[in-house]
Design a protein around this ligand. Structure first.
Ligand code: NAD
Length: 437
């Protein structure tokens, strides 16, 4: 199959490289000259484990290329995926569809033969109808079908997720889209990955409903963690105790500083807005959004409380800036609100992240970036673990303590055992768990 991927970001680049690895001919298009230039020169503009090797292998095999020119490759394509961003629209919380609509207009003008145009971006219900309308209006002679194929990969494990998905969802209205979409995913059919064909609107809603459910699950356990702290219970044991029930499942039941990232915050908000517009409010998700919003600054208050209620003039070491490990993605990372709140309270911030510091710099003001966790802890009144990078899981606690001004560790990811930290002479505060004292 000849595939064009419009948008070569976290989703477009991974999907494009994986499709090429399936044996398809793939052209990844992006408007960003710098991004395309870097890719053409053999570089990778994002950090995603394994992506450099996968891209290099498929470029070398002649199956994967990069360009800023949309029209040429689209005219030759069997399937064109739209994988551009759908961020929150400023002002009202709806998804900003301007990039999707813009891509649809450009694709329309370039179509030369029957082509399936697929939204891989996360888009609100009805967007496929609008994409179809835009293409028809821009190019009345175009021969095309519009399908929906939401992406469920997770940053940090994106290649594995793409190649071994729990399911593939494809929404179609025009039967002519079925066979090309089956051909695109044929290698996964052979792997027995479930491929679910449904209507376009249903497919669009599946993606939002899945993300909203996961965000709600995280938020649920976070609130249970707060209750655990009040009543002297251990949230990790509660998670295990409920997660062993197959009807609940153990995933997404880790208490922490609140969800962030490029998807959950914007997608929950967009779903809430869509539901309100249709007079069918999703109150559980409205509450999820509100609870999660307040949680991040509450985590900063937890740090302040750990330092006897006052951080003015004190240095706080932040370990981990990205919204989760194994990515450099800083979008909506809890660290942003936590650092801001600590700075508002008068703290000085030293921070270390294995991959996220470059992306963090323009987003965070007045932070000293360091070369290691130990360097960050130098002179700090407290060390705060915000992201559970493997590099933070087995720190030399004696060495850490030796450089600190006061020995306090606030572990917002529960990656340490209280007794172990306290044996090293640090005070230990975590989320929803009793201390060892
Ligand atoms: P991203 O910001 O990393 O990449 C989007 C890219 O699209 C950018 O490089 C931008 O320059 C390019 N672009 C915009 N308009 C263009 C145009 N007209 N022509 C060519 N290129 C254009 O975004 P992302 O994280 O890859 O997300 C893309 C979509 O996938 C979003 O809808 C997101 O919700 C969804 N999604 C993301 C993830 C994730 O983990 N990041 C997972 C599943 C779904």
């Amino acid at each position: 199959m000849r595939i064009v991927m419009i948008g070569s970001g976290y989703v477009g680049l991974v999907s494009g490289a994986c499709f090429a690895d399936f044996g398809h001919d793939v052209v990844c298009v992006d408007k960003d000259d710098a991004k395309v230039g870097k890719l053409q020169a053999g570089g990778i503009p994002i950090y995603e484990p394994g992506l450099d090797a996968l891209v290099a292998k498929n470029v070398a095999a002649g199956r994967l290329s990069f360009t800023t020119d949309l029209a040429g490759p689209v005219g030759e394509a069997d399937v064109v995926f739209i994988g551009v961003g759908t961020p929150t629209r400023r002002g009202d919380g709806h998804a900003d569809l301007s990039y999707v609509h813009g891509a649809a207009r450009e694709i329309a003008a370039a179509l030369k033969r029957f082509t399936v145009v697929v939204t891989k971006s996360t888009v609100p219900v009805g967007t496929g109808d609008e994409v179809e309308r835009i293409i028809r209006e821009t190019n009345p002679d175009a021969d095309f079908a519009v399908a929906s194929n939401p992406e469920f990969l997770r940053e940090g494990a994106a290649i594995e997720d793409f190649k071994r998905p729990d399911r593939i969802v494809v929404g179609i209205e025009d039967e002519r889209a079925r066979e090309p979409m089956e051909a695109v995913y044929r290698p996964l059919y052979l792997n027995k990955s479930p491929v679910m064909f449904t209507s376009r609107r249903t497919s669009e809603l599946i993606k939002y409903a899945a993300n909203a459910f996961l965000a709600m699950k995280i938020t649920f356990i976070n609130e249970v963690a707060d209750l655990c702290e009040k009543v002297g219970a251990d949230v990790q044991e509660v998670s295990r105790g409920i997660g062993l029930d197959n009807r609940i499942g153990g995933k997404f039941l880790h208490a922490g500083p609140g969800y962030g990232g490029s998807c959950f915050p914007k997608d929950t908000l967009a779903l809430v807005k869509t539901a309100q517009d249709h007079d069918s409010p999703l109150r559980l998700i409205e509450t999820t959004v509100a609870v999660n919003d307040t949680r991040k600054r509450a985590m900063a208050r937890k740090v302040v409380a750990a330092l006897d209620g006052d951080v003015r003039g004190k240095t706080v070491a932040i370990l981990g800036l990205t919204f989760k490990p194994n990515t450099d993605d800083m979008r909506e990372a809890p660290s942003i609100s936590i650092i801001q709140a600590l700075q508002d309270a008068g703290a000085t911030i030293r921070a270390y992240d294995p991959e996220g510091m470059e992306a963090a710099r323009p987003m965070l003001g007045d932070v000293t970036y360091t070369r290691s966790a130990y360097d960050a802890a130098d002179g700090a009144a407290a060390v705060v673990i915000v992201t559970e990078w493997d590099a933070f899981r087995a720190l030399d606690l004696h060495r850490l303590k030796a450089t600190m001004e006061s020995p306090v560790m606030v572990d917002l990811r529960n990656i340490y055992n209280a007794a172990q930290v306290e044996r090293a002479g640090l005070r230990y505060i975590s989320v929803g768990r009793p201390s060892a004292e």
